[in-house]
Write a protein that binds this ligand. Structure first.
Ligand code: R5P
Length: 292
């Protein structure tokens, strides 16, 4: 009997295969049918054994659909397995971790309760949007960092006096860690988001640090691309050299990649937490370490 069985949700098949190879685990896929009315019917392909089960599913768009599939798979795994460990490489709703405006619901908290209630005993996430979200879980949750693997990729590119840039103050620690791997320095721009209109404004005054250098904008995620486009346009005006983007989760909705490139970004590099054209960096090693 294998020590682990892995059940792969539809959104994380590539990562599931890598984890299964590295853990020597039995890999079970799921078959999915989404009906006209939007309901998901999920079938686990293969026999579940009474051992530790790892369920893996990112909750990128369609977020609610992928979330209900994840909850359903965990609940089935719990009926048979001795323990269920859940890997959510990209955790949707992690940005809804505070009541920013009166009346707003902290959906991250609701999801934390749901995940516990269906029977998982441990959760592993990769670069969750902010550490605040972790506080809502009453079970073990481990947030692993993709920054070392992302930074390693950039060590292979010939860069001109690289400077690591966080598009906002919230990402300062990320930029600092990334810069440490590249043995270079970092700065954090000031991003002001209007919570009612969603409009973003960038502020920064120490332009001398930017002129003529290759920049790497580091962020946890790109959704619409709005933050990266604003930052890129701002940095280009300050006469930097090339701009690269490194992010863990590239959602890149609504032609965001095209718009980001048009704004002046040379290349976008992201991880396989969300499969896509820019998803190059493997994060299976760091997840395996958290499982064992
Ligand atoms: C915000 O604080 C996050 O770190 C990302 O910068 C942001 O959520 C990305 O979203 P978008 O691409 O829509 O600007």
């Amino acid at each position: 009997m294998n020590k682990f069985t892995i059940i792969s949700g539809k959104t994380s098949e590539v990562l599931a295969k890598k984890l299964a190879e590295k853990l020597g685990a039995n890999l079970l896929k799921t078959q999915l049918r989404v009906f006209e009315d939007g309901e998901s019917k999920i079938t686990i392909k293969g026999r579940l054994e009474k051992n530790k089960i790892i369920v893996i599913q990112s909750t990128y768009p369609p977020v609610d659909e992928n979330l209900i599939q994840l909850l359903s798979i965990i609940s089935k795994a719990k009926e048979i397995g001795t323990e269920v460990i859940t890997v959510i490489p990209y955790m949707g709703y992690a940005r809804q971790d505070k009541e920013f405006l009166p009346g707003e619901i902290i959906t991250m908290k609701v999801i934390a309760n749901l995940l516990k209630s269906v029977g998982t005993s441990k959760i592993i996430v990769v670069d969750i949007h902010s550490a605040i979200g972790l506080n809502y879980f009453n079970i073990k949750i481990q947030n692993v960092s993709a920054i070392p693997d992302l930074a390693k990729y950039f060590l292979k590119i010939k860069l001109k006096n690289p400077l690591v840039v966080s598009p906002d103050q919230g990402g300062k620690h990320r930029a600092k860690e990334f810069a440490k791997f590249l043995k270079t320095d970092f700065i954090s721009l000031v991003k002001i988001r209007n919570r009612r209109t969603g409009k973003v404004e960038i502020k920064y005054t120490k332009f001398n640090e930017i002129i003529g250098r290759d920049l790497i904008l580091v962020d946890d995620m790109i959704s619409t691309g709005g933050s990266i486009i604003k930052a890129t346009k701002f940095l280009k005006k300050q006469k930097c050299n090339r701009i690269f983007v490194a992010c863990t989760h590239a959602l890149l909705g609504n032609s965001a990649e095209k718009k980001i490139k048009k704004a002046g970004v040379t290349k976008i590099i992201s991880t396989i937490t969300i499969p896509g054209k820019t998803s190059i960096v493997d994060v299976s090693d760091v997840i395996v370490k958290a499982i064992l």
